[in-house]
Write a protein that binds this ligand. Sequence first.
Ligand code: NAP
Length: 309
Amino acid sequence: MKIALMGIGKIAVDQHIPAIAASPDWELAATVSRHGTVDDVEAFTDLEQMLATRGDVRVVSLCLPPVPRFAAATAAIKAGRHVMLEKPPGATLSECHSLEILARKQRVSLFATWHSREAAGVAGAKAWLADKTLRKMTVTWKEDVRRWHPGQDWIWQPGGLGVFDPGINALSIVTEILPDPIHVANAVLEVPENCQTPIAASIDFTHPGGAQVHAAFDFRQQGDQIWSITAETDQGTLMLSDGGALLSIDGTQQLDANDRSLTGEYPRLYARMAELVSQGDIDVDLAPMRHVADAFTLGQRVMVDPFVE
Ligand code: NAP
């Protein structure tokens, strides 16, 4: 199937373009980006023009930041195209609900992707936790924003999510692997005085079985970068680390050395999109975004030092 990629920035270059190139399902037939292009692929700077002139491109994958994504997704769906959304699927929950309703009306596929759910250790973690009693879960997602998000001013603007841009990846794993629903009980959001979004967040969740569930997100991490989830249960302790690439139970690594990576995430997302299109299905799970919205609703704001890149 021919696919167009919109928003040729960091994640498009790092992951989407290689995943599409390696897939037997997809041919990158067009790009839509004001600055970015891909060698030997027809480049547009305007989505409407691409939609009007490339009727052969049936699928559009959107790698834009969250705020401009809704307008682009709406235009593509109205033009009868199947749409794949980078995470988070939009700037607000209501936008995402509207997109899903529109996609059903237009009878096109819509896929709200959560790449971290495709990390190597996540399926095994979900299976192991399914019959355990959770006592405590600690989520630690701490990275250096200067290293991983250079020049991405949109992260600090309304709708850019700040530290929840990576934090929502942790929440996408948590909501996938926990058998029981949790909800935000309280949160503290540290917001630089020159920014609109938090640079750090600390969140406590209510768990139906009374387990302590806590998440700490921080964009100011120096030295070792930490993306880990620890689950203490009645039958041992599970740890997902390196963003879900590593899975250990009671200290024993569960994955073969060859499987311990994140390289399968985007190929699996594109394989799933091919499946959704062939079956005429929609896959939109907004659970990770609900937790972020709740943290913004309930969270106590603490003003901290300005952020200067
Ligand atoms: P990015 O490097 O800033 O690239 C996004 C691209 O979207 C830009 O290059 C820009 O291309 C285009 N764009 C269109 N309208 C824009 C606007 N109003 N503001 C800024 N850019 C606009 O961002 P990214 O890191 O690729 O992230 C894009 C999405 O992927 C985000 O939702 C993010 O959460 C997600 N994601 C990122 C990573 C990562 O490691 N960076 C990992 C997984 C997922 P033109 O100027 O050429 O139009």
